[in-house]
Design a binder for this molecule. Sequence first.
Ligand code: SF4
Ligand code: SF4
Length: 89
Amino acid sequence: MGSHELRIYELRINLDRCEGCNICDVACPINADIIKTKGKLTRKDAVILVVNGKALVCNPDKCNGCGVCISVCPQKGISMTLKPLVVKT
Ligand code: SF4
Ligand code: SF4
């Protein structure tokens, strides 16, 4: 029996800082690919999306951890932690 390590990115939005400007969801490259193929970002598909004036991480499993959203947020309202997860095989 062996094991391998998966990397899980945990993205957090500080809702006290978020002003709902939409910059993060537009900048996310995965969201951009969804817009290219489907034409519209929805809560079902988007990684990060502004809903009711606050950014929301909708599909954390789709995040590739690139950090683009973190660097573009004018409010410094997004942070990420990397959680190694050891999976037994
Ligand atoms: S870029 Fe920052 S302030 Fe703007 S919606 Fe995203 S988290 Fe909120
Ligand atoms: S870290 Fe990258 S892939 Fe994940 S939500 Fe932010 S911009 Fe999108």
